[in-house]
Write a protein of this length. Structure first.
Length: 452
């Protein structure tokens, strides 16, 4: 029982909806809008001597978080909003007085059961997936961490070890982690900057000649324009996973653009790629054939691959034949959609995955705990985006800037949701308007999560 512990006093939330400036394709579905869940949560210290309000925000990312053929996107969004109401009640009724990580970790089983209850009350034809539960809960988790830092007048990443957080990782992750502290996997200060991973969506034009219907809003219209504007040298390439010829040709075409621009922008000579098949590869054989064909067409492109995101189905237990050992001889393969807890990390490692993707939309608490497990096991680690604008990008960037081993960061809202960033650009220009290929994270040192 520490005097620095907090209890939750008030919880409220609202939503905002923004249209994408151009559609983005997720797992074969073109997405054209985002709904943000914004949470404000007030805490007071154990003795009631101080109070502070924290803020957390997250796009609900329905198509990514909840794949379904039984419910429409609109129906799934409505369910996630109903779940937000129920999760708000869980946090509001919580009587715990503790560190935020301990509170959220303790509440997780109750949140999972709450999702079961919501699904039953609505008569849903399928359960709410664990990933969708994490996405909804992530805004509440962030708001609690933000409030905790603000009530103590310090950045929350400075408060993740003794004397503020007493339990070691054995308490959170099990006996194998006994004696380890969470802050052993974190930088004491945010790294000054991280290279930007620019998204090359499957629908995005690569050259000005491919722009058939300009948006005309003043932002770059093609990959060539974006690379000249942003200075990015890392590219995340969205692929189909079910059209081998198209996937190979897409990467070859991106490589052609990079090679041509490198003459004027020398930094692109060292460009790196991540490949995202959105779980649509039917088997590992597809991926191996893709790499072989790409190598025959553009060997330099294969050499640029920094990692491949989860290429096959997210249900690991239903697809035990999808073993990644042969692929990881070429490049790291990271678990993404399947990573919802430590058990899923264990399952992924058994199938040969050599790395893991952290996402703020799965909750900062869980991401931090998994970061410790990933570091202990010597796995590749990256931090990915859910097209996070505003405060949600602050949450993602802060995570990436603190976790040891992260070498780059996605920030896709600048491409697709710039309207949602408008109020943030003047406060954090190096995060929201990137011109030198870097996400400037060193400024995230303010109280709470740093979004002040």
């Amino acid at each position: 029982m520490l005097a620095t512990d907090v209890r939750i006093d008030q919880v409220r939330f609202d939503t905002q909806t923004y249209r994408y400036r151009l559609p983005m394709k997720f797992a074969g579905v073109a997405v054209d809008q985002a709904t943000l869940l914004n949470v404000r949560l007030t805490v007071q210290t154990r003795l009631g001597q101080a109070r502070a309000e924290g803020f957390g925000s997250m796009p609900l990312g329905v198509v990514w978080a909840w794949s379904s053929s039984a419910l429409s996107i609109a129906q799934r969004l409505e369910v996630m909003l109903r779940l937000a109401e129920a999760i708000a009640a869980v946090y509001r009724d919580c009587s715990l007085c503790d560190h935020p990580l301990t509170i959220t970790h303790t509440l997780q089983p109750q949140l999972d059961q709450t999702a079961v209850s919501v699904a039953a009350s609505l008569g849903l034809p399928e359960p709410i997936p664990a990933l969708a539960v994490l996405v909804v809960a992530s805004a509440f988790d962030a708001a609690l961490l933000d409030a905790y830092g603000k009530v103590h007048g310090r950045n929350v990443y400075e408060l993740l070890g003794p004397p503020f957080l007493q339990p070691d990782l054995g308490y959170f992750l099990g006996e194998a982690f006994a004696g380890l502290r969470l802050n052993y996997c974190l930088h004491p200060d945010p790294v000054p900057a991280l290279p930007l991973y620019h998204l090359v969506g499957a629908l995005d034009p690569l050259t000005p000649a491919e722009v058939s219907q300009p948006v005309g809003d003043g932002w770059p219209e093609s990959l060539v324009d974006w690379l000249r504007y942003s200075g990015a040298t890392r590219l995340k390439i969205k692929l189909n996973g079910d059209d081998l010829a198209w996937d190979v040709e897409r990467v070859v075409a991106v490589e052609r653009v990079v090679a041509q621009l490198a003459e004027q922008h020398p930094g692109l000579a060292q460009a790196r790629y991540s490949l995202d098949f959105n779980e649509r590869c039917q088997s590992v054989d597809y991926l191996l054939e893709f790499l072989a064909r790409l190598g025959a067409r553009a060997a330099r492109a294969v050499a640029r691959i920094e990692y491949v995101e989860q290429p096959t189905a997210r249900d690991l237990h239903a697809n035990p034949a999808n073993r990644m050992h042969a692929v990881t001889r070429v490049c790291p393969v990271v678990i993404d959609e399947s990573l919802t807890d430590l058990a899923s990390l264990d399952a992924a490692q058994a199938l040969g995955y050599s790395g893991a993707a952290l996402k703020a939309c799965k909750g900062l608490t869980q991401s931090l705990l998994l970061a410790a497990a990933i570091r202990q096991r010597g796995l590749f680690v990256c931090v990915q985006d859910l097209t996070c604008p505003g405060a949600s990008l602050i949450q993602s960037a802060g995570l990436a800037a603190r976790v040891r081993g992260v070498t780059a960061l996605e920030a896709n809202a600048r491409q697709y949701l710039p309207a949602a960033n408008q109020d943030w650009v003047s406060r954090f220009p190096g995060l929201f308007d990137i011109r030198d290929g870097l996400v400037h994270t060193g400024q995230l040192t303010g109280p709470g999560l740093g979004a002040v």
